[in-house]
Design a protein around this ligand. Structure first.
Ligand SMILES: *[C@@H]1O[C@H](CO)[C@@H](O)[C@H](O)[C@H]1NC(C)=O
Ligand SMILES: *[C@@H]1O[C@H](CO)[C@@H](O)[C@H](O)[C@H]1NC(C)=O
Length: 332
């Protein structure tokens, strides 16, 4: 189901001219216990996230009260008109003595090594697609999932055990069970069909749908670009089996206390300024998938070192950097 970047190149050739492939780096904006989609206004939210994008990110982002495309003054993404926010849960390492250490994100091994962590974002299209409307938001995946059968309902949420920083094989739905020499990559891909009406829904998912036999279903007839994340988790400091559980099981756990990995999920709030995203899609902008070059003259760009400067202060005061007795927000 997953297209690695090399396959993406091939598929773009096969799909012909009417395809856009925006791939770009977004540095870490903040790591905080906020979730303005699922737990708006809650300080703190139930579990920890890593967030990238515009600096208007906050505990509450009700679209009737906040236009993040104009409220934010910078973006941690290289496309400066992109004031969207993108986030995922946070990975922790669990030591033999039961304490937890937060795993850091690092720049993507394919071209974005200068990024101060964060994640890579893609917008992919084939043929005419409709960009998101102001206020649009969605989530994919479910933090309550703990079985492969559940995880397979979202076939595009996966883990890759990086043997080198460019490994793009061996996708799986749960945490890798072996040492991953260059870290763990987590992939999150969102559905590509929209109901054409609602910028959100009560479960933050049912206003979008996956295509059926490559076509959008009649309930969700509008083709939207495919939003797709790759996050590099730097598990290298923990690559010592003497630190792993004595029974040989893998030691990583999501911030919502999931040690299977099946609860993988992602969140998206659209915030591109004006029609910048639609213009880039209509222009069939293409990224060089192996470097930091993006051939998209219609979009304003900053360098990755410039994007690293856009950060926000953590709002929830708690220790995230020591060896923690409990995961932030999770009952012991
Ligand atoms: C977040 O919201 C609070 C309360 O409304 C406000 O004081 C703060 O400045 C906001 N932070 C950002 C980064 O917008
Ligand atoms: C738990 O284990 C980690 C990793 O070995 C170590 O750094 C930490 O000091 C230990 N904490 C306690 C309370 O023993």
């Amino acid at each position: 189901m997953y297209w690695g970047p090399l396959l993406l190149v091939a598929s773009a050739v096969m799909r012909g001219a009417g395809a856009a492939q925006l791939r770009f780096s977004c540095a870490q904006l903040v790591v905080d216990r906020l979730d303005p989609i699922v737990n708006p206004g809650e300080l703190p939210s139930p579990h920890l996230h890593q967030i990238v994008g515009g600096n208007a990110f906050n505990a509450s982002m009700d679209h009737n009260a906040h236009d993040i495309s104009t409220e934010s003054t910078c973006s941690s993404c290289v496309f400066t008109e992109d004031r969207s926010n993108y986030w995922t849960a946070v990975l922790f390492f669990r030591a033999r003595n039961g304490t937890y250490k937060r795993v850091e994100t690092v720049g993507n091994g394919l071209g974005y090594q200068k990024s101060n962590g964060g994640q890579t974002v893609y917008y992919l299209s084939s043929g005419k697609v409709t960009a998101f409307k102001p206020g649009f938001r969605m989530t994919v995946g479910n933090p309550a999932y703990r079985t492969k059968a559940d995880a397979q309902k979202n076939p595009a949420l996966q883990f890759t055990c990086l043997q080198s920083s460019t490994t793009r094989t061996g996708y799986r739905f749960d945490f890798p069970t072996e040492l991953c020499k260059a870290g763990i990559m987590v992939t999150v891909r969102f559905p590509t069909c929209w109901d054409g009406q609602n910028v959100d829904s009560p479960d933050h998912q049912s206003h979008v749908a996956y295509p059926v036999n490559r076509n959008c279903p009649s309930t969700h007839p509008v083709k939207i670009p495919e939003v797709f994340y790759e996050t590099y988790w730097d598990t290298r400091p923990f690559n010592d089996k003497a630190l792993w559980p004595a029974d040989g099981s893998q030691p990583f756990v999501w911030s919502f206390a999931d040690s299977t990995g099946y609860g993988n999920h992602g969140d998206y709030v659209f915030g591109w300024q004006g029609d910048a995203l639609q213009r880039a899609l209509d222009a069939n902008c293409q990224s060089d998938l192996l470097s930091d070059k993006v051939n998209c003259p219609t979009l304003k760009q900053q360098t990755i070192p410039e994007s690293n400067k856009c950060t926000v202060k953590r709002r929830v005061k708690e220790d995230l950097d020591g060896w923690l007795k409990v995961l932030p927000g999770v009952m012991a």
